[in-house]
Design a binder for this molecule. Structure first.
Ligand code: C2E
Ligand code: MG
Ligand code: MG
Ligand code: MG
Length: 283
């Protein structure tokens, strides 16, 4: 903490014009260099089974540490990347990176069952998305169900008509599809039923007030019931306490992710803490 703050202060001296939060132009200028300068990294957060705490997969989360601006949260820079059109390049890098990482862990005898990646809805409009994923699966010899694509509910619903062809092609390919931040958008249940889905992720904003809050309880229960009736996995995100985990498990939610189990970790730390010295039969 103190060390991080110290570094921050040094940066302000080196860049007197960049005090405070960087503005949009600074973000754009630095972001356009980020890939070439190797400033992007993926961190991995474990996803576990609530009944026994067993690892079932992980979510890859993008990290940007700009040499000029310091660390920038994904929620800030991803929308900038989308507006700039850079998200296609970043998304392609991200997909390759995840396939490469899964294969590298496989080769090291540290098999991660599956890896979820967040897809920008703009990537769904990419003509080569399906070919790109097909190529990566072949190149890295990965079974398609080891890749899960996360799409946010609100964006998916806005795009309802246009993206279905791509989604159908992804389903035929065999990759898994999850709806992220579920409960925050306005899903048409009829449309949801037609989507080739595998998982609903209960948004953190409904997990946070658990177990005490009746409103959050009602929403979590509704999502779990919906998952049951559509035969979808339900994963709760942002689980921080034992009480939340117990409530969710008793309510019938099977999967979870959150600080209670682990923060997102750099690849080496993730492998050391979650992929090594585990019962091989568990996979
Ligand atoms: P998300 O996909 O819903 O990711 C979950 C966010 O919650 C992550 O924040 C994660 O670090 C955080 N989180 C996980 N467990 C807990 C917890 O127990 N408590 C709390 N308070 N937070 C928790 P992060 O990494 O800052 O990412 C934020 C959002 O940025 C993501 O939300 C996702 O929408 C977007 N994002 C991240 N990486 C990518 C990416 O590679 N591509 C795209 N398109 N979007 C990404
Ligand atoms: Mg996500
Ligand atoms: Mg989420
Ligand atoms: Mg969320």
């Amino acid at each position: 903490q103190a060390k991080a703050r110290g570094r921050q202060r040094v940066q302000h001296f080196e860049h007197p014009r960049m005090q405070g939060a960087p503005d949009r132009l600074q973000l754009e200028a630095s972001l356009s260099q980020a890939l070439a300068q190797n400033e992007l990294q993926l961190h991995y957060q474990p996803q576990i089974q609530l009944c026994d705490g067993r690892l079932i997969g992980a979510e890859a989360l993008l990290r940007w540490h700009s040499t000029e601006l310091g660390p920038i949260a994904p929620q800030r820079f991803i929308s900038v990347a989308e507006d700039m059109g850079l998200i296609h390049e970043i998304g392609a890098w991200l997909l390759r990176q995840t396939a490469q990482q899964l294969a590298a862990w496989d080769q090291a005898g540290q098999r991660l069952p599956r890896l979820a990646v967040n897809l920008s809805i703009l990537q769904l409009e990419d003509q080569d998305l399906v070919d790109r994923i097909t190529g990566l699966l072949e190149q890295y010899r990965l079974a398609p169900e080891r890749i899960e694509l996360e799409l946010t509910e609100s964006l998916l619903m806005q795009q309802a008509g246009q993206s279905t062809a791509t989604l159908d092609a992804l389903r035929r390919l065999g990759v898994r599809l999850a709806i992220d931040d579920f409960g925050t958008g306005y899903s048409s249940l009829a449309y949801l039923h037609r989507l080739p889905l595998h998982q609903l992720k209960i948004d953190r904003s409904f997990v946070d007030p658990l177990p005490g809050d009746p409103h959050a309880q009602a929403i979590a229960q509704a999502v779990i019931a919906l998952g049951d009736s559509l035969s979808l996995e339900v994963l709760a995100e942002g689980v921080e306490t034992a009480e939340q985990a117990a409530w969710l498990r008793d309510a019938g939610c099977t999967l979870a992710q959150g600080y209670r189990y682990s923060r997102p970790l750099a690849p080496d730390a993730f492998a050391a803490q979650w992929l090594q010295h585990r019962d091989a039969d568990a996979f």
